[in-house]
Write a protein that binds this ligand. Structure first.
Ligand SMILES: NC(=O)c1ccc[n+]([C@@H]2O[C@H](COP(=O)([O-])OP(=O)(O)OC[C@H]3O[C@@H](n4cnc5c(N)ncnc54)[C@H](OP(=O)(O)O)[C@@H]3O)[C@@H](O)[C@H]2O)c1
Length: 325
């Protein structure tokens, strides 16, 4: 089994959660951390036993021993940091949202092709057993046509102009941070919508703090999606078919409810103790084992469809990022 040297670019909150799961993979070597601040990089490195700590991202990519970089900076830097890594021929797993807009994602994909180097969006849920179980249920049960996708993602983080979530310069707002999940669910299960309606609400900093989205499909299906950083709610997904319903909580690990012929069936399974970030990391290393520069699961087309849809939503809802758009 080939072992890969991983580096973390940006030692923030999600970088820590990801590393907690990466560290248990036998072919992942925790090699380097990179931060704007050497103390942050050193502390992160010693907490997880990384071999090296760098006080700048540039120093890290200059290290020839780094194989894969996990980019965990705010969305507004994803393009810049991805191009930096690809330029040094480092394979890249870059957090969602992949970038601020379609133009940036197109540049990133072009660079991956130019440098013949692996690039994938860290849209981890597509690799989780729960998502695959849902697809299996849709394919094997006779539920008929999927008519409605109802999907929400909300939490309450009080307004703070210093927080990434409310800072327009960092791509702040609920849509690119968490609304992206319900949008992704609708795209994966119903495809690209023919019509989009939105109702957004904005915070004092001008960032979008909550948004309701309605996707319409010419085939008679709809998606009803909500996202908010000002409300506490479950992250439920409800899929309503002609002949039944599938219900699940997006991030809990254990069960999916299937209602068919007025009977409730609880489908439970044991996907292990983690959130499931390890599955995307395993996939990246499998792709590299096979000399791929694009994932066959989370393809460039999937990422492009996602960011194009997010751009359409933003246009409808008048959500702008003045430094980027
Ligand atoms: N997959 C998931 O479940 C998940 C969950 C949460 C977030 N995310 C995504 O991960 C990304 C990071 O989110 P996070 O919550 O981890 O953010 P965070 O805690 O604020 O960390 C972001 C890190 O980026 C680096 N950074 C570089 N330039 C920065 C700047 N100008 N301002 C602030 N930070 C800067 C910093 O690391 P250094 O100081 O070390 O350089 C910082 O710690 C976002 O794109 C978010 O959407 C994904």
């Amino acid at each position: 089994m080939k072992t890969y040297n991983w580096a973390i670019l940006g030692c923030g909150s999600i970088a820590k959660k990801f590393t907690l799961e990466l560290k248990d993979l036998p072919n992942a070597n925790l090699y380097a951390t990179a931060s704007r601040n050497i103390d942050t990089a050193t502390n992160f490195a010693s907490e997880f036993n990384f071999e090296k700590a760098y006080g700048s991202y540039l120093e890290m990519v200059n290290d020839p021993k780094v194989d894969i970089v996990y980019i965990a900076t705010p969305h507004s830097f994803h393009k810049e940091h991805t191009l930096l890594c690809l330029n040094f021929k480092k394979a890249v797993l870059c957090e969602k949202a992949f970038a601020i807009n379609t133009k940036e994602v197109e540049q990133m994909i072009l660079a991956s092709k130019e440098y013949n180097t692996f690039l994938m969006e860290a849209f981890w849920v597509i690799f989780r057993p729960k998502f695959n179980k849902v697809l299996e249920l849709i394919n094997t049960r006779k539920l008929g046509k999927l008519k409605f996708v109802k999907s929400d993602f909300m939490f309450n983080q009080p307004f703070d102009s210093n927080s990434r979530l409310y800072n327009l310069d960092l791509g702040g707002g609920s849509l690119l941070d968490i609304g992206i999940y319900p949008v992704f669910t609708a795209l994966m299960l119903l495809g690209i919508p023919d019509k989009i309606e939105t109702i957004p609400h904005f915070s004092p900093s001008g960032s979008e703090e909550s948004i309701s989205m309605l996707f319409g499909y010419k085939n008679g299906s709809n998606a009803v999606l909500n996202s908010s950083v000002t409300s506490n709610y479950k992250n439920d997904v409800e899929l309503i078919f002609e002949n039944g319903t599938i219900k699940y909580e997006r991030f809990s690990n254990d069960s999916i409810e299937l209602i068919q012929n007025e009977t409730l069936e609880k489908i439970t399974f044991n996907p292990g103790p983690n959130m499931g970030y390890q599955f995307e990391a395993i996939h990246v290393m499998e792709c590299l084992d096979n000399n791929l520069i694009e994932s066959p699961v989370l393809t460039n087309t999937v990422s492009l469809n996602l960011i194009r849809t997010l751009d359409k939503i933003r246009k409808k809802a008048n959500i702008t990022y003045p430094k980027h758009d």
